[in-house]
Design a binder for this molecule. Structure first.
Ligand SMILES: [Fe+2]
Length: 257
């Protein structure tokens, strides 16, 4: 998935934006051609690689990077279920064309970057406001910035689209499922099911920082049954269990030591 160092990490969306202005200012250039150029160049601005680069530029913590990957996986799965038309992401077809992303990539990228500023700016006064400013400075589109802002209750940014609702419904839940997997004997997602997650949700001492109400309310706002949504997210996380260190290999290493 391109987690390693990649030359594209040196290319920020803002660099491309500057080039776009130059293109638009060329003397005598037909306006339609300029718009076409802008659209095609905009397509290279945001992609999975630039999103990963942004995350890793601001986030060194392995567990925060894993959280980002976990939410990305859940959001990609959600996109296949909910992103049935452009409107579910709050975009028109033209908006999608200009963005140059598939719905799945858009939803995945939103999941990947939603907490990118948290390590550097963890306070309620800063997160995700600082991140939003950075994204704006770098030319990231409104649809992503709005979704990121909406995942924090206290920003007052409402969750209007399935994209925004899915982010909220996956964020805390992905963290909680991960926590449940880590206490299993094999430290593996294979050992986790919706029933064991629901049981742990009732245990107030377990993973105290995870807000249970957010999990319940998130699924309700998305319009899905909580047990089904938990099982759905477990399934999504199983697809990247090795990247999350939840494929049982951690327990094997401990066992063989
Ligand atoms: Fe998060």
């Amino acid at each position: 998935m391109g987690e390693g160092s990649d030359p594209i990490c040196g290319t920020r969306p803002v660099d491309v934006k500057g080039k776009m202005h130059k293109v638009a200012n060329l003397a005598g250039e037909d306006r339609k051609e300029a718009a076409k150029s802008r659209r095609s160049r905009a397509k290279s601005m945001i992609n999975r690689e630039t999103a990963w680069c942004l995350l890793t530029e601001f986030t060194q913590s392995e567990s925060l990077r894993k959280h980002a990957l976990a939410v990305e996986a859940c959001m990609r799965a959600c996109s296949r279920k909910f992103a049935t038309d452009p409107g579910t992401s709050g975009l028109s077809e033209l908006g999608f064309a200009e963005l140059g992303l598939s719905p799945e990539d858009l939803w995945g990228i939103v999941g990947l970057v939603h907490d990118f500023d948290y390590e550097k700016y963890p306070s309620l006064e800063d997160h995700p406001y600082k991140g939003n400013e950075i994204l704006k400075q770098r030319g990231w589109p409104e649809v992503i910035r709005r979704a990121v802002m909406s995942h924090a209750e206290y920003t007052g940014v409402t969750r209007d689209t399935p994209l925004e609702k899915a982010l909220f419904a996956c964020d805390e839940l992905a963290g909680f499922i991960t926590a449940v997997a880590l206490i299993k004997p094999g430290k593996s997602l294979v050992e986790v099911d919706a029933k064991s997650v629901r049981k742990r949700m009732k245990d107030k001492a377990f993973a105290r920082k995870v807000n249970r109400e957010d999990i319940v309310n998130g699924a309700a706002a998305l319009g899905v049954d909580l047990d089904e949504h938990i099982a759905f997210c477990i399934e999504a996380l199983l697809g990247i269990a090795d990247k999350l260190g939840l494929d049982g290999s951690a327990a094997k290493v401990v066992g063989s030591a």
